[in-house]
Design a protein around this ligand. Structure first.
Ligand SMILES: C[S@@+](CC[C@H](N)C(=O)[O-])C[C@H]1O[C@@H](n2cnc3c(N)ncnc32)[C@H](O)[C@@H]1O
Length: 285
């Protein structure tokens, strides 16, 4: 007899993956690049950044996260929910390190690896298809790990954090950014991670911190990044209203509802329905 729970989990995982990306995402990116006048044969990771840092505030948020992480040259990092691999390529280039990425959305993994090849980084960034709740890596494999705007879709935080803990070496850092659930709760939809509330598993920041502690992490420090996100969303809304939105941007991934999604993401923060946080913690050494 098929395991009903397992079947439901698989359906949920596929629905979440389908929400993020279907079809040939790499070709969509390449075609848009050409419309924007970017030559794929000489494209840089900085030119890819408006699309492949697929989270609130995009590239600047990745840079600010990198600024506070204790990464050393040659480190082996894991990016859980790596999306199109933009952050992984940035970390690999900036710190001269190796990044393994994993993502539940197969078309994103395909695009991530092809984009890495396009910029000649396939030896230092390797993305594979899989679920952060069950990582395909050995124990104590990585010097550090991060997960940017992924956990909003993760039903089993306990498994997700325990797996991150397991694959990190003692003393390794683990960083997380997410839209936590705000005091008021009940976010307006659609939002980037969900069309209508399905596949969404937001947690209050205090509960996320407790789940990290339960998984074994220590020295947990959380920062409220809601105001920064809000400014970023308002800048995007303003540009769109003036008809000046860049051709090459994450709206190509969000689809037709992109303007509403961005407005809701901003409104949810303003109304304290969501509570964006950046958390840094460590596996005890
Ligand atoms: C907002 S995007 C962020 C992508 C990437 N971290 C970035 O910042 O550019 C969310 C990503 O989380 C991935 N995701 C959601 N649930 C996941 C899971 N259980 N395991 C791995 N990836 C997951 C989605 O497929 C999507 O690529």
């Amino acid at each position: 007899m098929p395991d009903k729970k397992m079947g439901a989990e698989m359906t949920d995982a596929q629905a979440i993956a389908d929400h993020w990306g279907k079809g040939d995402v790499y070709s969509l990116i390449l075609e848009t690049m050409e419309v924007a006048g970017i030559d794929p044969s000489s494209v840089t990771i900085e030119q890819l950044a408006p699309v492949d840092h697929f989270h609130a505030r995009g590239f600047p948020a990745t840079v600010e996260l990198a600024d506070v992480l204790p990464i050393r040259r040659g480190d082996q990092l894991v990016d859980i929910g790596c999306g199109l691999g933009g952050p992984a390529r940035y970390f690999a280039k900036r710190f001269d390190c190796h990044v393994d990425g994993i993502d539940i959305t197969a078309p994103f993994v395909d695009a991530a690896n092809r984009l890495s090849a396009l910029v000649g980084m396939e030896d230092v960034v390797a993305c594979r298809h899989g679920d952060g709740q069950k990582l395909p890596y050995g124990d104590n494999s990585f010097d550090g790990g991060y997960t940017q705007h992924v956990t909003m879709n993760v039903p089993d935080r306990s498994a997700f954090f325990s797996e991150a803990f397991r694959v990190l070496k003692p003393g390794a850092f683990f960083a997380l950014t997410e839209h936590g659930l705000g005091e008021v709760g009940d976010p307006h939809h659609p939002v980037p991670w969900s069309e209508d509330g399905s596949g969404a598993y937001l947690m209050r920041p205090a509960d996320t911190i407790a789940a990290l502690e339960d998984a074994g992490f220590s020295e947990i420090a959380a920062a409220d990044i809601g105001e920064k996100h809000l400014k970023g969303y308002h800048a995007v809304i303003e540009l769109a209203e003036k008809g000046e939105a860049p051709v090459f941007g994450t709206h190509i991934l969000l689809g037709k509802q992109a303007p509403q999604i961005v407005r809701n993401a901003a409104r949810n923060i303003e109304e304290r329905r969501t509570h964006p946080v950046q958390i840094l913690c460590y596996k005890p050494g």
